[in-house]
Design a protein around this ligand. Sequence first.
Ligand code: GAL
Length: 410
Amino acid sequence: MKKIIAAAAALLVSGASFAQSVEVLHWWTSGGEAAALNVLKGNLEKQGVKWNDMPVAGGGGEQAMTALRARVTAGNPPTAVQMLGFDITDWAKQGVLADLNAVAAKEGWDKTVPKALQAFSKHDGKWIAAPVNVHSTNWVWANKEVLDKAGVTKLPASFDEFMDAAAKVQKAGFIALAHGGQPWQEATIFDGVVLSTGGIDFYRKAFISKDKAALGSDTMLKSFERMAQIRKLVDKDFSNRDWNLAAAMVINGKAGFQIMGDWAKGEFLNAKKVPGKDFVCFRFPGTQGMVSFNSDQFAMFKVGGDKAAAQVKLASAIMDPGFQSAFNVVKGSVPARTDVPDTAFDDCGKKGMKDLAEANTKNTLVGSMAHGHAVPASIKNAFYDVITRHFNGQIDSKAAVKEMVAAASN
Ligand code: GAL
């Protein structure tokens, strides 16, 4: 008898007792990201669904998308894949994504997910992905003690005020801006700079409509000139640094600011830092009232039999309102569902939810270029290339403007 009990216990521990399993490809490998993902893993495992993890590190997901292509080409796609905006549409067009309409109808997803997200979660009238959150890219994260020591008493509300505050931080002996020199991180800064420099209509013309006059304009030139100013705020070791290591520089009081999407907050929380006390969050100066969003969705691939049943459980677990609160509190994002209360969220999270709702009504909500919600990957990558070479001094601002026009017709 004892032997049988021991064997059963061993089976449980090894996970072999799970009747179903899902394989999930994602790029959530930083401390804060992994902590958030654990909420989902735990919820599923409680339902008897084993989680087979396929992490591919690399912020923004470029490497993950490369790994995915190899799997789909081999005819063996994972059950679900973390994906952004136009990438979902691109895969949907290939006819390889599953149809989630039955579970979506049963649970009323149409009524609770904003249209701006549905534009990517649905294709040809079919739900193909489950949106887990809404992030936004036009945020700045600052170390409170560093600001105090540097004498920055008021949070900057315009680009020039930001440059003044950064100069004070530098003077006080800190690194002004923690930055990781990777193309997607430079593009993330560019989202905020373009919004701040040109406003919402200009952003739409340049990045959503790919209007050549806007891309080639003086406003775009000014945006690049501002990027060159920002370049002077980073330390000499910025090249190829991961975003979470840049966040750690602000967390540890080496640097004053980081310009980064609100996944950065997940790192602060994971390091037990408290918003308002240890760190502050504010919109990229000059973009107050505007939100450049990206939404992490789990695109579901066509899988058969048992796998399909587990996939529906995964989709349903992602769309559960209680889960969307618990997950996003940890992740730094806000729920994809509009019916989740903000009670469990900290001040930055509450602000994020309020900003999103307001931007949605005032029509100042735009898809993030840097995170795949403005243009398809082919054009996004061409923009990345220009922005990064400019940031690294390989081309000047005038040349960058010309190249942006060319990149749009990629
Ligand atoms: C974004 C993604 C976030 C976060 C970030 C850095 O593209 O939407 O959830 O993971 O990359 O990895």
